[in-house]
Design a protein around this ligand. Structure first.
Ligand SMILES: Cc1ncc(COP(=O)(O)O)c(C=O)c1O
Ligand SMILES: Nc1c(O)cccc1C(=O)C[C@H](N)C(=O)O
Length: 403
């Protein structure tokens, strides 16, 4: 197991170390839940306040033009494109992950026919939304075994939704294999990048991916319920019909025509008035990623995860994620039958992680604000909580509604 001194030495040599100052995190708190809700960068809070006070408060309706509100989803899409490895005019920041899956899957199934598929054990919303789409469209829905490669999917599948990083196991998908096999079978993959964006060094275009959605409030730190994003490869945009055709996806919304004529370009994926305050917070939050080398971020996350896994091994804890030295997403998952109470006892010590039923403790690492030393300290605290049974108190053992 690495020592605290060895972790301090890693921090001293870490090019990302200084980014911690960009975040409004209380001194002493160790936040290991940024894979569920990222903390606010100062720039997000400042941008949000400016948008509320000056653009909305003072500028009023004139801000649609003067503050560039109408183009904010496209501006943010362009900023996000670097983080996922696609062109700047292929991404739009809009709606939620679930809604964006519906939009893409609905458009694809209408064009391609055939069946929809999602894996068992995926983040539930991915299957829920396809089931709903199946009910109204009549397209069959298959819930397939986790990690079924496209070459082994049922013959009629034309649309597969797949997480890039699994929310529980932290396994990273084999993008290139999946895309290669899917292309050979005429299957479109919609990648759910929720747990990957801002963490994994994504190169979607190079990997042959054409469709993806992702979350703004996890590693991107855009705030609770932040807008999600949608990626659609440029050549496919004009070939798909937006199933939620609303006035702002229209070519000329301010002509107020009865008939629907879709906009050109990625703006075609708009539906309604963009959530300007939420987009503004995300815009500010993305400053924290300016100039950041995503290869460095992914590599540091791997080491941070390893530090906690070394501790887990010394405690004899079972792990439910790729092991030491293995490639994984930004979190590690440890199994303990008292996992819920242990996570609560850790939170009481200022070390926040989360619990996923029935027995999984999930700890996430955003390399932009976490140091190697902090993760070492979190591991030491975990050892104490378990070894002294600190978790065995009613305030820790009683389940709360949101975990
Ligand atoms: C993999 C995954 N997909 C989708 C979602 C849901 O996103 P939204 O609330 O934006 O629909 C989450 C988390 O909430 C998630 O982890
Ligand atoms: N979006 C959430 C919420 O509003 C409350 C609690 C948790 C969440 C989450 O994002 C869960 C998360 N997607 C997960 O991976 O478990």
């Amino acid at each position: 197991m690495r020592t605290r001194e060895a972790c301090a030495a890693l921090d001293a040599a870490d090019p990302l170390h200084s980014r911690r100052a960009l975040f409004a995190l209380a001194q002493g708190d160790i936040y290991l839940d940024g894979n569920s809700l990222g903390p606010p960068p100062h720039s997000a809070l400042e941008r949000l306040e400016a948008a509320a006070r000056h653009e909305w408060g003072a500028g009023l309706i004139g801000s649609w033009n003067a503050a560039g509100w109408m183009d904010l989803p496209l501006k943010l899409g362009a900023r996000l494109s670097r983080l996922i490895g696609v062109e700047s005019d292929e991404v739009i920041a809009i709606d939620t992950v679930t809604v964006n899956i519906f939009k893409l899957a609905g458009a694809l199934i209408a064009r391609e026919g055939g069946a929809l598929a999602a894996e068992a054990g995926e983040f539930p919303t991915d299957g829920h939304v396809l089931e709903g789409l199946s009910r109204i469209s009549g397209a069959p829905f298959h819930r397939v075994t986790a990690d079924t490669p496209p070459s082994q999917l049922p013959d009629d599948v034309r649309v597969l939704v797949k997480s890039a990083v699994h929310y529980k196991s932290a396994r990273i998908a084999d993008f290139e294999r999946w895309e290669r096999e899917a292309a050979a079978r005429g299957i479109a993959i919609i990648w759910d990048l929720s747990h990957a964006t801002g963490l994994v060094n994504l190169k979607l275009k190079a990997w042959g991916a054409k469709y993806a959605v992702g979350c703004g409030y996890k590693f991107l730190n855009g705030g609770p319920g932040a807008p999600a994003f949608l990626y659609c490869a440029r050549d496919e945009i004009a070939r798909l019909e937006h199933p939620v055709s609303g006035w702002l996806g229209h070519k000329q919304p301010f002509e107020f025509e009865d008939g629907y004529a879709p906009a050109d370009g990625i703006g075609r994926w708009r539906t309604s008035s963009p959530s300007i305050l939420a987009l503004s917070a995300l815009d500010g939050a993305l400053d924290a990623y300016d100039g950041v080398d995503m290869a460095l971020v992914e590599a540091k996350a791997q080491v941070l995860g390893d530090i906690l896994l070394e501790r887990a091994a010394s405690l004899g804890l079972e792990t439910a994620c790729p092991g030491l030295g293995e490639r994984r997403g930004g979190h590690v998952v440890l199994r303990h039958e008292q996992g819920y109470a242990i996570v609560q006892a850790m939170i009481a010590r200022g070390i926040t992680g989360d619990f996923r039923a029935p027995d999984l403790m999930r700890y996430g690492f955003n390399p932009l604000y976490l140091s190697h030393e902090e993760v070492f300290d979190a591991g030491a605290a975990l050892a104490e909580v378990i070894e002294t049974r600190e978790w065995d108190q009613p305030q820790f053992t009683q389940r709360k509604a949101v975990t």
